[in-house]
Design a protein around this ligand. Structure first.
Ligand code: UTP
Length: 475
């Protein structure tokens, strides 16, 4: 087989012949699958990354010297009535964009959800505090709800990966896209990359299969352009894209305020930010460096920078990124035309593999390196970028771990608390206590919308209350 000969030669030059060590034990199909996988994998790229990031020890993107780091300017969340007019102006501008059909949503759902340990795409995880609605349903209802509210469907782009594309498509199709028109839902696949072990050898997951994993949420910039999704956005007249991650059920996925600020400030990219709880909190740190915004991962931030204070005693690096962004499609197009490649970061991870004898290995400590791109690394490329403050308690409660912090339990409790707050603000009685309540995003996306939707008939808060737009008894 010609392909086999070519690949054997390629691997020999790269010092990676072990990938074919078990090829004679495979049947014809198994052999062909493996050789095709090798041929389709960018092994050269992974080995270059290994040389530079692991052996060379250079942090992706580079961390600027502490003395060059400045606090980022940001639009602060309104704390008094005098600050609301500017926010309302932004909301009206954002609503105009939505009514003209100029916005799209981009949800990244290609990750492996390994910390959660759930069998299936993370989006299929049941999270609604009363109904057990899945993360996918909640996110879809946000997008569908906004389409109904503003009279124009919001095209919904979903990034998946080799690991979960089939299961995701099947699940969502089976659920009728939770009310979205199939023509408004667009899936696109990010790239998977092989991993490398501590000796610089590409990892075999099985005798006939390379281990691969998705190339990070930042892989969406490249994938949008390569797989026709960006073209589809442009064809549909979407000038602005709201980016969010499937695992944060509190995200305001279609936020007229945020869209408005993004557009009014003429930004190419915007990000929502929360005040950090402590100097070295594990969040992305938003900084200004040489006139450009940048996010520095907590693991890369030296203590000397984390603890910097200004004249008034405030943290210089006091704002954290919560992975909610706006992009202008023109900016995405420009990045794509420049290759779309963001810098890679390296992660030292436990990787299930077969050893040199073909025996499965279940590691109890990190034994290999994965390479990923992060979406926030597109920030420095933006000519103009805007930071908008939001309240963490209202908008950020991701499902990351099976237990403890950022787990289903904390996320459900946060959702119920937010919904109780909306009910209270909309005039509901009995809004105290810890009652589990749930409001479908089809009904409202905040207290203001809830008040409008209920027209003064806000039900009293009680455990198990669900507002999903249906009348009692309706199926
Ligand atoms: P995380 O980095 O938290 O990863 O992704 P994860 O896959 O959810 O979970 P772990 O780290 O394996 O436990 C944040 C968001 O980015 C998406 C995820 O689907 C999630 O919505 N993501 C992450 C991608 O779409 N692709 C990737 O390659 C990585």
């Amino acid at each position: 087989m010609k392909l086999m000969r070519e690949q054997r030669e390629r691997l020999r030059k790269l010092g990676q012949e072990h990938l074919l060590a078990f090829v004679d034990e495979l049947d014809d199909t198994g052999r062909e699958v493996l050789v095709r996988q090798i041929a389709g994998s960018d092994i050269e790229k992974v080995l270059r990354l290994y040389e530079r990031l692991v052996k060379g020890g250079s942090a992706a993107g580079g961390v600027p010297p502490v003395e060059e780091i400045k606090a980022p300017p940001f639009i602060s969340y309104p704390r008094g009535p005098e600050e609301w007019p500017a926010w309302k102006e932004a909301r009206d501008a954002g609503a105009g964009i939505l009514r003209r059909g100029e916005a799209a949503c981009l949800m990244v759902a290609g990750g492996q959800g390994s910390r959660l340990g759930f069998d299936g795409p993370k989006g299929c995880f049941p999270i609604g505090p009363v109904t057990g609605r899945t993360l996918f349903q909640i996110q879809f209802e946000k997008v569908v709800g906004a389409g109904r509210r503003y009279g124009r469907p919001v095209p919904f782009f979903i990034m998946v990966s080799e690991t979960n594309e089939e299961a995701t498509r099947e699940f969502l199709e089976g659920e009728g896209y939770f009310g979205a028109d199939a023509g408004d839902v667009y899936f696109f696949r990010q790239e998977n990359l092989p991993a490398v072990d501590e000796d610089g050898k590409i990892v075999l997951a099985e005798k006939g299969k390379l281990f691969t994993s998705p190339n990070g949420h930042g892989g969406c910039v490249e994938a949008l352009a390569k797989n026709g999704a960006l073209e589809e956005m442009e064809r549909r007249g979407a000038k602005y894209v709201s980016y969010f991650q499937v695992d944060n059920p509190l995200v305001r996925a279609v936020d007229p305020y945020f869209i408005g600020f993004h557009v009014m400030s003429g930004a190419e990219m915007s990000l929502k930010a929360v005040r950090k709880r402590e100097p070295s909190e594990k969040v992305g740190n938003i900084v200004m460096h040489r006139g450009r915004l940048k996010v520095i991962e907590y693991s890369d931030l030296p203590d000397s920078a984390a603890n910097l204070r200004d004249d008034r005693g405030n943290l210089v690096i006091g704002m954290g990124s919560i992975a909610i962004h706006m992009f202008s499609t023109g900016f995405l197009r420009r990045m794509a035309s420049e290759g779309g490649g963001l810098p890679f970061h390296v992660a030292h991870k436990k990787i299930r593999r077969v050893d040199g004898d073909g025996k499965p290995v279940e590691p109890d400590r990190p034994n290999g390196y994965k390479f990923e791109m992060f979406i926030f690394d597109s920030l420095p490329a933006a000519e103009k970028a805007t930071v908008v403050e939001t309240m963490r308690e209202n908008e950020f409660s991701p499902v990351k771990n099976a237990e403890g912090v950022s787990s289903p339990a904390t996320s459900r409790a946060d959702m119920a608390r937010v919904y109780r707050d909306w009910l209270k603000q909309a005039g509901a009685k009995g809004a105290e206590g810890e009652a589990a309540v749930e409001i479908s995003p089809l009904v409202a996306g905040d207290a203001e919308e809830l008040e409008e939707a209920m027209g003064g008939r806000v039900p009293a808060v009680r455990d198990g209350l669900v507002l999903d737009g249906r009348q009692p008894g309706e199926e």
